[in-house]
Design a protein around this ligand. Structure first.
Ligand code: THU
Length: 172
């Protein structure tokens, strides 16, 4: 057989408004919006916030951090995840994540994570061995609810694609 046509479906829910969210989801949704106030985006003027809800009730936030050397900046999703891992290495599992975005001084709009963030987000889900549900504001003004970050990154690159680490390179 020369070729096989395949399709892959992505499962998600689309909600009309925050009234359709659970109490925890409303908390994390609002935390991501609030975080945009701490964005450092003098070059793009695009303020992004990301929020993580931990199983112990902690909310950890991240914002995009730009730099005059443009590629040196970092997205909100990654400052949130890297910040959490760096500051609370033994943190409780992440049980929800949300992202929000708005132009400086403007209204909230869509916030769809870039490919690099999706790659990083997925590895944190794999690392904790437990799905991370995600809420995103869509371009249509609705709320997209994913039950796992894996839905955002089919055919991702992972540690499984690397050769086994040599003993010298393995962390203690
Ligand atoms: N940005 C994020 O923070 N998250 C994304 O997923 C996409 C883009 C930031 C990076 C940059 O500071 C600004 O938005 C414009 O690209």
């Amino acid at each position: 057989m020369a070729s096989i046509s395949r399709q892959q479906l992505i499962a998600y829910e689309e909600l009309d408004s925050t009234a359709d969210l659970s109490a925890d989801e409303q908390t994390i949704w609002q935390a991501a919006r609030d975080a945009t106030a701490h964005s450092y985006a003098p070059y793009s003027g695009f303020c992004v916030g990301a929020a993580l809800l931990l199983a112990d009730g902690t909310v950890f936030r991240g914002t995009n951090q730009e730099n005059a050397a443009y590629p040196s900046g970092l997205c909100a999703e990654r400052t949130a995840l890297f910040g959490l891992a760096a500051n609370q290495p033994n943190h409780a599992p992440i049980v929800a994540m949300a992202v929000a975005a708005r132009p400086a001084g403007g209204d909230f709009g869509p916030a769809l994570p870039c490919g690099a963030c999706r790659q990083v987000m997925l590895e944190y889900e794999t690392r904790q061995g437990q799905p991370i549900p995600l809420l995103l504001p869509s371009r249509a003004g609705t709320i997209l609810r994913f039950s796992t970050l894996a839905a955002l990154m089919p055919f991702n690159f992972s540690a499984d694609d690397l050769p086994p680490a040599s003993p010298a390179a393995t962390q203690p």
